[in-house]
Write a protein that binds this ligand. Structure first.
Ligand SMILES: [Fe+2]
Length: 149
């Protein structure tokens, strides 16, 4: 049973696809970088790919819990992502992706809070869920800013 509006569900599907995009970005770029620091950053990116895989899992479980579908066309696959050879450019791209998602989730929390169709329990659950995701990404933003400073 779907407990939220179709409009919001479509946005959550899009967020799942974006988390999958992040996972693919880190996984691919972990082996695309060249140079002296590439081995060190490769390990870092592999660890981030694993974290993003956990986010994908969390989104998928949340969607199924809401009564959504993981086989809906809107929740399948992911959009294009950048592939970099240079460590600094790869970290800058990671910073861009994480900054984008923090902004996106801040907006999503507003939309959830303003949605009058969701029951109070689901609303609170979604706010906590997105706050947790936002916190993880913002922590990465701050770290990447320091790394490329
Ligand atoms: Fe993520």
């Amino acid at each position: 049973m779907i407990t939220i509006s179709e409009n919001l569900l479509q946005k959550i599907y899009s967020d799942l696809r974006n988390e999958r995009r992040h996972m693919m970005f880190y996984l691919t770029n972990a082996v695309s970088m060249n140079g002296l620091l590439s081995e060190e950053y490769s390990e870092h990116f592999m660890s981030n790919a694993k974290e993003e895989m956990q986010h994908v899992k969390e989104f998928q479980e949340m969607i199924v819990g809401l009564g959504g579908s993981l086989t809906a066309p809107e929740s399948i696959g992911c959009d294009m992502f950048m592939i970099e050879n240079d460590v600094r450019r790869a970290v800058s791209s990671a910073l861009y992706l994480e900054e984008q998602v923090v902004e996106n989730y801040a907006l999503r929390i507003e939309e959830i809070e303003n949605d009058t169709l969701i029951d109070i329990v689901t609303k609170k659950w979604l706010v906590v869920f997105y706050e947790d995701q936002l916190k993880k990404s913002r922590t990465d933003v701050d770290k990447y800013k320091r790394l490329i400073a």
